[in-house]
Design a protein around this ligand. Sequence first.
Ligand SMILES: [Zn+2]
Length: 591
Amino acid sequence: MTSPTTTTTTTMPSSSGTVKTSRYNRRAPMHTLLEHFARCAPAIVCIVITACSRPPQLGADLVVTRANIWTGEPTQPAATALAVVGERIAAIGGDDEIERWRGATTTVIDAGGRRVLPGFNDSHVHLVDGGTQLDNVDLKDAGSPEEFARRIGARARAKPGEWMVGGEWDDQRWTPPQLPTRTLIDDVTNGTPVFVSRYDGHMALANAAALGRAGITERTPDPPGGVIVRDDHGNPTGVLKDAAMDLVTRVIPSSPPEERLRAVKRAMEHAESLGVTSVQDMNPSYDDIAVYADLANRGELTLRIYAAPLETGFYDQAKIGIHRSFGSPWLRLGAVKGYADGSLGSTTAYFFEPYLDAPNTRGLLSGELQPIEHIRTRLMAADRAGLQLCVHAIGDAGISQVLDLFEDVVAANGDRDRRLRIEHAQHIAPKDFDRFASLKVIASVQPYHAIDDGRWAERRIGAERIRTTYAFRTLLDKGVRLALGTDWPVAPLNPLLSLYAATTRATLDGKNPNGWVPEQKIAIGDAVTAYTLGAAFAEFQERDKGTIARGKLADLVILTDDIFTIPAERIKDVRVLTTVVGGKVVYQRKP
Ligand SMILES: [Zn+2]
């Protein structure tokens, strides 16, 4: 096999059928969004017509030849070549059939026999956080409290006085695992406010300067849905869990629009290099969405975004008639994201029974569910408005509670193709799998968390509960649709690591080479389907994305190796050679 070669110069997407002028006003993002979508719609229609009627002798914009294409389509599962006109696939078949699409200005990619897949669609990311994290202090692999403190100290000296956030620390890497405290870092930060998060985003460590600015003292009560961790004398240690984190985040100045824009651009570059062509962005702020809209209006998005802001603000979308998957192929709205509980790593995922290693707690229902009547009313109203409901639930009782809420929503508003989603769906009570299936709830899951949490989850919840933990095989067997993703920056954005995780379940510590709870492994074909078509279905886009077929958006990835034939343990080392979004080459790996 040879490396893919591209002839004729490839260009990054410029206008892509959207309007170039931007009159976007940061104070009125919804207004700008509507403008973007209104102006996009006619352009989309005309691309479709062009793709269907242009005579082949004029030539395609892009031809991919000598490829080993996995189409994801049951009627034509494999092909060796395809042609793209505009943003969409115009033809797919053998090399000879596609040859006639080659014209004088056609960009030709010779894939050299490599594996081609539909672009990856990550069903659950935090895009701006991810982009920001690429520039933040990196604590994820700090292997000891000393190393953790050293990196924070170095960053504070480099940017004194500037809020230090992100970090993504992992206390489970330390021997023994222990929560950090502010005393570790107070001396080395010298008054620079620090609020660094655990990598799951469900707790964070504040130093004395940050606690001071937030006004948190030993007299501050725990807010509903949150915990201020305290020492034996009742003094805050600096660790704040879930809703308690808001006490500090609300005093951190929000980042200026330029910084947000920079974060989105870095995130897009990162996604391109990993073959991620679509993302479903969970709980973005309206300021984040305004940046996406601005980029979409300028034709500068290289990543398709489905944005699901918090359910508490559902009325902002509902009142102007935005409903599920409203928008253009580049930017869509119409979903809302809720939180039912916390995370396993922070012992805030909500279980029926207590944690084994923290027997005084069974986790926390989120503030949004306290009291439950309020969220029930909001979800019913959001659903009635045609918005899609995506709710984070991790512990078995949290998941059960969300299924109860979904049952109430269906009972109140009647049967419909609504594609309810539970985000994470990590630890499902055996009794709830059938309910999951009968309500047609989509499980939006992140396999990388399984090989990460699998290092220590059994200590925390015991041998029985781990059997239905990250239970991808059981979900598929029950007929539940899976949509794969990463939760980036909680886990790496690289889809190949997630495919490796789903197919091997080999924990990161190397202790389960044959798989942790191996009966829950899934086949590579099922995993790729869930990362492409399953993810597209989860955002109502299966007619436009998720497989390689005539008329669909030309979002493609070329890989160094064939993930369908190599041993599963090698999938993690496979790299992306070329990424195509909307018919444009947006990434080409350097030789
Ligand atoms: Zn998330």
